[in-house]
Design a binder for this molecule. Structure first.
Ligand code: C5P
Length: 236
């Protein structure tokens, strides 16, 4: 009854403007992927670690293979869901629980991995780290013909949470959820932005644990600058 962690790092990372795979972008002397793997190693809750890397990886697989965790390396797909599915295909036969983590959340602390794992061990089928939302969030029209969208609604902010990773799941149930979504058309498939959403769609309850500021997704240059300052504040 073991736990695996799948680290998805197969995105292009173009918004960071580095011209290399995002997982290779340096942050305080280590790459984003190394930081994520370091924290997974410190958490000490995974029997198997799988890194999902881009097809044209510019040395990323070699780089990942040198990490002391020696992750199992698989090639990702066109969407995040495809990349997760590729990672799920490499799960060992004894794996009962799986955590899906974005390499872009390079500074997520070991405690979050442990809390998500503990919730699964306590019986949850799905558990995600969340933070309260600071901004008011509105839904808008996405009519491609319109110049500017207009507002269609305002969900109550007290009921909203911003979602981070690692997201933890009962492995057989997550596999079933991914199988159910495998035949969807492209529009529906592209609307799936996390794995918890697939669990919701098959009627599973998704539980939450507290997220952290360090769990931010490093997407743009200002995010990287913020991560640099968090890192220097935590390592004197
Ligand atoms: O696309 P987004 O920014 O939400 O990506 C979140 C995570 O999913 C990143 O770590 C990225 O590398 C990964 N990803 C992937 N395969 C894709 C797209 C994104 O592994 N095709």
């Amino acid at each position: 009854h073991q736990t695996a962690i799948i680290v998805v790092a197969a995105g292009s990372g173009t918004r960071l403007g580095y011209g290399i795979p995002k997982a290779l972008v340096p942050l305080g002397g280590r790459t984003l992927l190394e930081h994520a793997l370091d924290r997974i190693q410190l958490a000490g809750c995974a029997a198997q670690v799988i890194a999902v890397l881009p097809e044209n990886d510019e040395g990323l697989a070699d780089h990942a293979a040198h990490h002391p965790l020696h992750p199992h390396i698989v090639m990702g797909g066109a969407t995040r869901t495809d990349s997760v599915r590729a990672g799920l295909g490499a799960l060992g036969p004894d794996i009962q629980r799986v955590l899906i983590h974005d390499a872009a959340r390079a500074l997520t602390p070991p405690e979050t991995f442990r809390e998500v794992t503990a919730a699964l061990l306590a019986g949850a089928h799905a558990v995600i780290p969340v933070l309260p939302v600071i901004d008011t969030i509105k839904s808008v029209t996405t009519d491609p013909g319109a110049l500017q969208p207009h507002v269609t609604g305002t969900p109550a902010r007290q009921n909203l949470r911003a979602v981070q990773t690692p997201q933890g799941f009962d492995a057989p149930i997550l596999l079933a959820a991914h199988r159910a979504a495998a035949h969807w058309d492209q529009d529906r498939a592209e609307a799936v932005t996390d794995d918890a959403m697939l669990m919701e769609m098959i009627g599973e309850r998704v539980d939450t644990v507290p997220g952290t500021a360090q769990g931010l997704k490093i997407t743009t240059a200002p995010d990287l600058a913020l991560a640099e300052s968090m890192l220097s504040a935590s390592t004197p």
